[in-house]
Design a protein around this ligand. Structure first.
Ligand code: 5AD
Ligand code: SF4
Length: 461
C-alpha cells in the first residue's frame, strides 16, 4: 500500500512517526511524499493547543469530500488527538477508518490490514489510573523493534527514555493523552542507543516529557537520570548526548554535574518556566516558585560553564495580570535564554484549568502579551548569539540551510549554504560543500541574529 504520513506536534511525535514508518516499511508498505495518490493517509496528531487540532479537522474535512466523491482511501488518526477523542472521532468524521492512541502504534500494520478489509480499527491506550496495566503494556514495544538501519540518513536520532507525565500542570492535556509516567529499563535504552551508534548516529537526544524525573527500579537497582547519562556516555562513537524536556522540579545537582563532567553530554538545557509570576505558577500547579526557578538557573550556570538554556512560556493564562506579564518579561531578561517558545493559552477540554478557570484574557490581550515577550526574547537572543562572534564553535552539519534564499550573497560555486548545530543547540549558518552533511566541522562565528549565528568554515577540523 502507498501510505502518506503527516506529523504534527512535538519531538515525541516525530520519533513516533519515524518508528511507524519503519514498521510500515517492514510490513511491505511504501511511504509516499504526497497524499494525492496515496492508498492511506495517516495523521500523527497533537492536542496541546486547539490550533493543532483544527488543522487535523480541516484535513479530515477534505478527506471526507474525497471519499464522498468516490475515491478509495483509508484515513487514520494517530497519537494524542486519537486518544483524546477516541470513538467520538468516527462519529464526527465517519470517513476515519483508524483511530490509534500513542501507545498502540506498533499495531498499525494490523490495523491497516483491517481497514483495507473495510473494517474500522480502533486501539486506544489503557486508562492512566490503571498503572499496573500501563507498565504491563510493554511500554517500549515499538522502540525495541526499531531497526537502526532504517532511520533517517542524518547523524542525529531520538531515543525515548520515558512515556507519559504525572505532573498535571492545570493547562496541559498530556497527562490525559500520553498516560502515566513510566520509565524504560536502562538496559533497553542502552541497547537502542548502541544499535543507533553502530548504524552511524553520533548525536542522540533522549526524550521524555519530564526527562530529568527519569527513574527506573529493577534487578535490585535504582537508576536515576544522572546514572543513565553516565552509562550511555561510555558508548564509543557517541559524540553528543542531549535530553529534552526538563522540569524545574527534581532537577538535582547530580544531573548538572553529569553535564559538566561527561564530555559527550551537551551543555544544553530546555527547561520551561511557563511564567515568572508566583501567583500564575500556583494556578498552573507547576510545583515550584519563581525563586526556585531562579535558583535552578543560577545552579546550572555555576556548575555547567557556558550552558545554553531554552524555555517555554504561556501568556494569557486565566487571571494573568499586567504585573504577572511583567514578571515573565523580567524572568526572560534574567535567564538570558538562547531561545524561548512563547505560546498563547489555549483551554483544553477536560484539563483542570479548563474546568476551574474562565478563559478570561481576551484574544487581543493575549496577542499583545505574546508579541511583547517575543520582542523581549528577540533582544536577548540577539545578545546571546552575538556573544559568540569572534569565537570558534564545533558544528554538526545538518544539511542545506532552510533560509538559503534569504541570504544577501549567494554561496561560491560548488558550495551551498549549510546549517548545523553547536553542542549548545545554537543554529549556525555557513557556506560549504553539501558533502559535509552529518560531519563535525569548526566554524568561526562572524555575525548573529536573534535566532542563529553566521560564520566561516575553518579549513578543517
Ligand atoms: N495552551 C498553550 N500552551 C500550552 N502548552 C502546553 N499546554 C498548553 C495550552 N493549553 C505549552 C507549554 C509547553 C509546550 C509544549 O506547550 O509551554 O511547555
Ligand atoms: Fe504537560 Fe506539565 Fe507534564 Fe509538561 S510537565 S507534559 S506541561 S503536565
Amino acid at each position: 500500500m502507498d501510505v502518506y504520513l503527516e506529523t504534527m506536534g512535538c519531538q515525541m511525535n516525530r520519533l513516533d512517526s519515524e518508528l511507524v514508518v519503519a514498521r510500515l516499511r517492514a510490513a511491505g508498505h511504501e511511504i509516499v511524499a504526497s497524499s494525492a495518490d496515496a492508498d492511506a493517509v495517516l495523521y500523527n496528531t497533537c492536542s496541546v493547543r486547539m490550533h493543532a487540532e483544527q488543522k487535523v479537522f480541516s484535513r479530515l474535512g477534505a478527506d471526507a469530500q474525497r471519499k464522498a466523491a468516490g475515491r478509495k482511501l483509508i484515513v487514520g488518526v494517530l497519537g494524542c488527538m486519537a486518544q483524546r477523542l477516541g470513538r467520538q472521532l468516527r462519529k464526527r468524521y465517519p470517513c476515519v477508518d483508524i483511530v490509534c492512541g500513542p501507545g498502540q502504534l506498533a499495531r498499525l500494520p494490523q490495523m491497516l490490514a483491517f481497514a483495507a478489509d473495510g473494517q474500522p480499527a480502533i486501539a486506544l491506550d489503557v486508562d492512566r489510573n490503571d498503572r499496573a496495566a500501563a507498565e504491563d503494556e510493554n511500554i517500549d514495544w515499538i522502540d525495541l523493534v526499531r531497526d537502526a538501519d532504517r532511520t533517517t540518513s542524518s547523524a542525529q536520532a531520538f531515543v525515548r527514555v520515558m512515556r507519559g507525565c504525572d505532573r498535571f500542570c492545570t493547562y496541559c492535556i498530556v497527562p490525559f493523552v500520553r498516560g502515566a509516567e513510566v520509565s524504560r529499563p536502562g538496559d533497553h535504552i542502552e541497547q537502542e542507543v548502541r544499535r543507533l551508534v553502530e548504524a552511524g548516529k553520533s548525536e542522540i537526544t533522549l526524550l521524555g516529557q519530564t526527562v530529568n524525573r527519569y527513574r527506573h527500579e529493577g534487578d535490585g537497582r535504582s537508576t536515576r537520570f544522572s546514572d543513565l547519562l553516565a552509562r550511555l556516555s561510555d558508548i564509543d562513537g557517541l559524540r553528543r548526548l542531549r535530553f529534552v524536556t526538563s522540569h524545574p522540579t527534581d532537577f538535582t545537582d547530580d544531573i548538572l554535574q553529569a553535564m559538566a563532567e561527561l564530555p559527550n553530554v551537551c551543555e544544553y538545557l530546555h527547561c520551561p518556566a511557563q511564567s515568572g509570576s508566583d501567583a500564575v505558577l500556583k494556578r498552573m500547579n507547576r510545583g515550584y516558585s519563581r525563586g526556585d526557578y531562579d535558583d535552578l538557573i543560577d545552579r546550572a550556570r555555576a556548575i555547567v560553564p557556558g550552558v545554553s538554556i531554552a524555555g517555554d512560556f504561556i501568556v494569557g493564562f486565566p487571571g494573568e495580570t499586567d504585573a504577572d506579564q511583567q514578571a515573565s518579561a523580567d524572568l526572560l531578561r534574567r535567564c538570558g535564554y538562547k531561545n524561548a517558545f512563547i505560546f498563547k493559552y489555549s483551554p483544553r477540554p477536560g484539563t483542570p484549568a479548563a474546568k476551574r478557570f474562565d478563559d478570561d484574557i481576551d484574544e487581543q490581550t493575549k496577542k499583545r502579551r505574546h508579541a511583547e515577550l517575543l520582542g523581549v526574547q528577540d533582544e536577548i537572543g540577539l545578545a546571546h548569539h552575538r556573544s559568540y562572534v569572534g569565537r570558534q564553535v564545533e558544528v554538526l552539519v545538518e544539511g542545506p540551510s532552510k533560509r538559503a534564499d534569504k541570504q544577501p550573497t549567494p554561496p561560491p560555486a560548488g558550495q551551498t549554504q549549510l546549517q548545523g548545530r553547536t553542542r549548545g543547540d545554537h543554529i549556525v549558518v555557513f557556506d560549504g560543500p553539501e558533502t559535509l552533511a552529518s560531519q563535525y566541522v569548526h566554524v568561526d562565528v562572524t555575525n548573529a541574529t536573534a535566532l542563529a549565528m553566521m560564520g566561516r568554515l575553518k579549513a578543517e577540523s
